[in-house]
Design a protein around this ligand. Structure first.
Ligand SMILES: [Zn+2]
Length: 204
């Protein structure tokens, strides 16, 4: 049997998304072979992940710094009449990297496995409404005229879009969804820039 520390680390890595027992074991033995300084650096960044990284008060994007708002929400050059709703941080990152959108975002949270009541409660729906209605309460002086639903083209993503569209209608704002072209069942974070661009331009 492996020593306790090794066993414990294998157990921790096995909980990572998509990582099984075998890969977890390989990670631990890989670390065991590294230099002490490298392991210290690794532990430092792990610690910083919880100590330095915080979530934007408005959009929930992770960022580092003294302020309450992320660099996007703080940027005066952004278009404060548009807000784009994404499921996860990685989707926001993909849209930003493609440089196709200049408004603000909102990270809904997730992924969720179904649209049952309990799963839906894991999403920041209440927070979303508060921010669209009174962005100034969260430090953003926006006046949103268009709400873009940029959820993943998966079964759950589609269902969340329909659910949100129904609820958001009451706010009397223009609601758009990304155009066709994104691979069905895929995720925004894996879409190439051209595909993302045409999905954004084709929104309706
Ligand atoms: Zn933000």
């Amino acid at each position: 049997m492996y020593p306790k520390t090794i066993r414990k680390l294998i157990e921790i890595f096995s909980k990572f998304p998509g990582i099984g027992q075998k890969t977890a074991t390989r990670f631990v033995f890989y670390l065991l072979k590294q230099k002490k300084e490298d392991i210290e650096e690794f532990s430092k960044f792990l610690k910083d992940l919880k100590e330095k990284v915080k979530f934007c008060k408005f959009c929930f994007k992770p960022f580092e710094g003294e302020k309450q708002l992320c660099e996007i929400c703080q940027n005066p050059a952004r278009d404060l009449t548009k807000i784009c709703i994404v499921e996860k941080e990685q989707d926001l990152e993909a849209i930003e990297n493609a440089q196709i959108f200049n408004g603000l975002y909102f990270v809904l949270g997730g992924p969720i496995s179904s649209i049952s009541k309990e799963e839906l409660e894991k999403l920041r729906v209440k927070e979303l409404f508060e921010r669209i209605k009174s962005p100034e309460k969260f430090g953003v002086f926006g006046n949103f005229k268009e709400i873009i639903l940029a959820l993943n083209p998966t079964v759950t993503g589609e269902a969340i879009s329909i659910y949100l569209e129904k609820k958001l209608k009451k706010l009397g704002k223009k609601i758009t969804r990304l155009g066709k072209g994104l691979p069905s069942g895929g995720e925004l974070e894996y879409a190439d820039e051209e595909t993302l661009k045409s999905a954004f331009e084709g929104r309706k």
